[in-house]
Design a protein around this ligand. Structure first.
Ligand code: UT7
Length: 368
């Protein structure tokens, strides 16, 4: 029997701290007029010392689970798409697994930069469609403010922090993710990268002195690439779903730059009134931008059950992709997720497991 992966829950988390263009102009040689006219960005959110990629991901996930009425132990798969993981390993997805108490889930991170959420949605959908998972949690989460050179005006004006999450659930009813296009071109890898901190350039005093642990970007090259691929991949995803552009109610693009979004809409001959834009308030939150924009589209009534939408993005890699979704909403059922008790129970469980591991270590010590 054909199985579909419906999006039944969604949630977002953004830091409280707002950084305006005027705030940035006190740090580097820039101004509000330049930033707004070149990017459409007015302000972005910046994580405080306690907020991390995993903590934002956890907050967004709990909201999504609550929306879906799905207790965490029912999740089989967690994918965190991120370019600012908490560590090289363990995966941020495992930290989220622990903090929400998803005791039956496999968890891994996916690295496809700003296109990552579309990649992750597709991977989770395929797991559901092939019967290897029934319920999946897909999260896009970033704290790129930690990887920005706050003396580089080319990059520090663009990025912001945040997270968004979707719950995907199996159903025999047609709907959910109808098609997905995933593409890459590694020849453009150096257009947008964090060169050091991996195995090629392990962190040393020299890499730090050269600022190789910061985001480095050729803005013009990324801009040209983005305007080339957004419209084309959207079209491809629509054809793959056996639909026409006229069937699409809303496009939710990666929120990198207002001008890129407008160019994509022009390329598709699609009215801007039906394109979701919130880059003005959050800047570029990389892989989190699409799920955050989706949450806001639902909240504002621009996305309703029954709509067919395109998600489309591009980013470092280079990577790009698009997906067509038949938006349905939560499965019927009574509320089973209470965020407060979920957090308390998950924390207690995590503490207990650590404690047991310590006791086990003491017992086994005698045998080795
Ligand atoms: O998720 C993917 C992430 N990356 C992107 O989406 C980036 C895509 N690229 C862009 O969004 C745009 O290329 C930028 C917004 C980064 C730059 O806009 P642009 O219109 O391509 O500007 P530019 O790089 O061509 O720079 C124009 C001028 C330069 O001065 P000169 O060389 O013409 O004298 C820059 O030095 O603007 C200068 N400039 C700035 N001036 C004031 C660059 N950054 C700033 C700044 N404030 N923040």
């Amino acid at each position: 029997m054909t199985r579909y992966a419906h999006i039944t829950g969604w949630g977002m988390a953004i830091p409280d701290k707002i950084m305006t263009n005027d705030d940035i102009s006190k740090i580097v040689d820039t101004n509000d007029e330049w930033i707004v006219s070149r990017t459409g960005i007015h302000e972005r959110r910046i994580a405080n010392a306690e907020e991390t990629t995993a903590s934002l991901a956890t907050d967004a996930s709990i909201q999504a689970l609550q929306m879906a009425n799905l207790p965490p132990e029912k999740i089989d798969l967690i994918i965190v798409s991120t370019s600012s993981p908490e560590h090289i390993f363990p995966a941020t997805a495992c930290l989220v697994q622990d903090s929400i108490g998803a005791v039956n889930a496999g968890a891994f991170d996916l690295s496809a930069a700003c296109s990552g959420f579309i990649y992750a949605l597709n991977v989770a959908t395929q797991a559901i469609r092939s019967y290897s998972a029934r319920n999946a949690l897909v999260i896009g989460s970033e704290t790129l403010s930690r990887m920005i050179n706050w003396e580089d005006r080319n990059t520090c004006i663009l990025f912001g922090d945040g997270a968004g999450a979707f719950v995907l659930q199996a159903s025999e009813e047609p709907g959910g993710l109808l098609s997905a296009v995933m593409r890459s071109d590694g020849s453009g890898g150096n257009a947008l990268s964090v060169p050091a901190g991996g195995s090629k350039y392990p962190t040393t005093a020299e890499t730090v002195a050269k600022g190789m642990h910061y985001i480095q970007m050729n803005g013009r090259e990324v801009f040209r690439f983005a305007t080339r691929v957004m419209a084309h991949s959207s079209q491809e995803a629509v054809e793959q779903a056996q639909l026409k552009m006229s069937d699409i109610n809303l496009i939710i693009p990666h929120q990198a730059n207002q001008r890129i979004i407008e160019a994509a809409a022009r390329g598709l001959n699609f009215p801007m009134e039906r394109v979701m834009v919130n880059v003005d308030r959050y800047g570029n939150t990389s892989t989190a931008s699409i799920p955050i924009a989706t949450c806001e589209a639902v909240k504002s009534g621009r996305l309703v059950s029954g709509d067919k939408i395109i998600l489309v993005g591009f980013g470092a890699g280079l990577t790009w992709g698009a997906a067509v979704i038949h938006w349905t909403g939560p499965f019927p059922g009574k509320r089973r997720v209470r965020p407060k008790s979920l957090r308390i129970w998950a924390r207690f469980r995590s503490f207990l497991r650590r404690f047991i591991r310590r006791v086990e270590g003491k017992i086994w010590k005698g045998y080795f």
